[in-house]
Design a protein around this ligand. Structure first.
Ligand code: DGL
Length: 282
């Protein structure tokens, strides 16, 4: 079903803290979470997977997302990870609660940490997200549960992920698209905007230039890594040894991902290709 080659020599059962953390997304979006891990948890070893052959996830059905997520988690299990961060809002919104109990390692999603952070910032909260995440209402439900008097507006932004994956962040067309997506939120006079897709912090310079300065931007990547750190402490599995270099794998073209890596991470990662051969959905 998947490549059997393991990246990392398994940590001994006596030293689970040395095991890697698995991080995955459909593509380069999860790199915004990876950057936060480098900042907040620099001693951890990471395995990153980008499902680039099957992106964008944001226009997929829940059944498809569930299948993709299980493919990836099965592979992560084979890599003997100690924890997984779903660095993808779409997977977190549509699959996390279903798959969480199917694996013997903790799985963290980005929605709850992002929603919590948003409620600490404001009351009129805008969320920009993929069509699947917006439709799921996951952010609205999580925010209202924490802060019942908050108001939430979710805008679906189908064009953003393809534009980011094609490296068209500074294309004037992207600014025009962003203006159109932000317009209804500005009309509602939001005080807080949540990046409801891990790809969108890559657009920060564009979005910030279109928003009044009083609107606070919430990046769930920051907060999921805080939650990850707390969970590692709680379980007593924070790594205290020097980390191994990050291992990258994709289902699509490794060279293309390596190029994006250079742009978003500042170095060219070594990227390996993994295929989920038996997946009927391509
Ligand atoms: N970056 C992911 C998210 O946060 C997936 C985007 C996509 O592939 O549509 O939702």
């Amino acid at each position: 079903m998947y490549s059997t080659a393991n990246f990392i020599t398994p940590s001994s059962p006596q030293e689970p803290q040395r095991a890697p953390i698995g991080v995955f997304d459909s593509g380069v979006g999860g790199l915004t979470v990876l950057q936060q891990i480098y900042k907040q948890l620099p001693q951890e070893s990471i395995i990153y997977f980008g499902d680039t052959a099957r992106l964008p996830y944001g226009i997929r059905s829940q059944a498809e997302i569930l299948q993709f997520v299980r493919d990836i988690l099965n592979w992560m299990q084979q890599q003997q990870v100690k924890m997984v961060i779903m660095a993808c809002n779409t997977s977190s919104a549509l699959a996390l609660e279903i798959v969480r109990s199917e694996y013997n390692f903790p799985i963290l999603g980005v929605i709850l940490p992002g929603a919590k952070a948003a409620t600490q910032q404001g009351k009129r909260i805008g969320v920009i997200a993929t069509p699947a995440t917006a439709k799921s209402n996951a952010y609205r439900q999580a925010i209202i549960e924490i802060k019942p008097d908050a108001q939430v507006w979710q805008v679906s932004c189908p064009e953003f992920v393809p534009l980011i994956e094609q490296n068209r962040i500074h294309d004037p067309y992207t600014t025009e698209v962003a203006k159109a997506y932000l317009e209804p939120l500005l009309q509602q006079e939001i005080d807080t905007l949540v990046y409801g897709c891990t790809h969108y912090p890559h657009l920060a310079p564009i979005l910030r230039s279109l928003l009044p300065s009083y609107i606070k931007l919430v990046d769930p990547a920051v907060h999921v890594v805080i939650a990850c750190s707390q969970e590692l402490d709680l379980l007593g599995i924070k790594n205290t040894h020097p980390p191994l270099p990050t291992h990258f794998a994709v289902s699509g073209c490794p060279e293309q991902f390596a190029q994006s890596g250079l742009q978003f991470l500042g170095y060219t990662p070594m990227v390996k290709q993994i295929s989920f051969l038996e997946s009927p959905i391509a």
